[in-house]
Design a protein around this ligand. Structure first.
Ligand code: PLP
Length: 297
């Protein structure tokens, strides 16, 4: 197992690459790949808990959907992708892991059009213990306000988890980190609250959860899970457009995502929140939900 901090191209293990396992360091592509130049690349971020990938089929479905939106078809079915992910985990002897499938157009032609370029799929997994340091996390993240906004869905395929859509996320996260924040919250093209650079956002007021309508950003698999869990616990969830000025009226805030899971937020710019009841309840509920379900005897 590679120590943390080892560059990602120099780790030990096996990467599933177009249907076969290759040694980690050999999982390469040519610099003249369409995916690199024109962002014809889609990916997933998933987590395995206790050897089982949480919502593996949903992630495989989203990967294929993202590719279709970029006008290419991944040459593996959802169940083949799910089986390949599971096999990659097993090949690397991992049970608590991050799972990263990525699909891209290859090098057959180089130009905007790439009608017949080969579509590649690779799957890498790496150790990511589901560690939980309650004290650190319960303090809550500090978020900056991003300069860039989530674009109008008329200008991008906003439901795709596509590499190109992450350009403004990386710029925004870098700026936030330089300014001493953990991440940035982005508004949307209309000026409503949207999401963070790699997670969805929720607020609490008077025992009710408020979250932006996912009409121009990724409707996260964790977001959907948390909404379902909240409703199962009898907590009302309102999906609506939220103006930034309203942030002063919310008492709790948290973000959700495969990597973030449910993480409390302590402040966004000058708005402050106190991670408490509902946030803690959903952190616990999510932790329980992701555990592999025991097969009925
Ligand atoms: C921009 C963005 N929004 C939201 C999410 C949350 O999505 P999920 O819960 O499916 O991981 C992610 C993470 O993938 C993301 O990158």
């Amino acid at each position: 197992m590679s120590a943390p901090g080892v560059p990602f191209d120099q780790r030990d293990g096996w990467i599933w690459y177009d249907g076969a396992f290759v040694p980690w360091a050999d999982a390469k592509l040519h610099v003249l790949s369409h995916g690199l130049h024109y962002a014809s690349t889609v990916f997933e971020g998933e987590r395995a808990y206790g050897g089982e990938i949480f919502k593996s089929i949903e992630h495989a479905e989203r990967l294929r959907h993202s590719a279709e939106l970029l006008d290419f078809t991944i040459p593996y079915s959802m169940t083949e992708i799910a089986a390949a992910k599971k096999a990659t985990l097993e090949k690397n002897n991992l049970t608590e892991a991050y799972v990263r499938p990525v699909a891209w157009r290859g090098s057959e032609t180089m130009g905007v059009a790439a009608q017949h370029n080969k579509v590649h799929l690779a799957i890498a997994v790496w150790e990511w213990p589901s560690y939980f340091d309650p004290e650190q996390r319960l303090k809550g993240l500090r978020l900056d306000l991003a300069e860039y906004r989530r674009p109008d869905p008329a200008t991008i395929p906003c439901t795709a988890k596509a590499a190109g859509l992450y350009m403004i996320c990386t710029i925004s996260k870098h700026r936030a980190e330089r300014r001493g924040f953990a991440d940035a919250m982005m508004l949307d093209y209309r000026g409503f609250v949207a999401e963070c650079t790699g997670a969805n956002i929720f607020f609490v007021k008077d025992g009710v959860i408020h979250t932006p309508v996912a009409d121009c950003f990724l409707n996260g698999i964790t977001r959907k899970t948390v909404i379902e869990l909240a409703r199962r616990h009898g907590i009302e969830v309102v999906e609506r457009h939220i103006k930034p000025e309203e942030l002063a009226t919310f008492t709790e805030c948290f973000v959700t995502g495969t990597a973030a899971e449910v993480t409390p937020v302590g402040a966004i710019a000058d708005w402050h929140f106190t991670p408490s009841g509902i946030t803690h309840q959903l952190m616990d509920a999510y932790t329980a939900e992701v555990q592999p379900k025991k097969q009925a005897a």
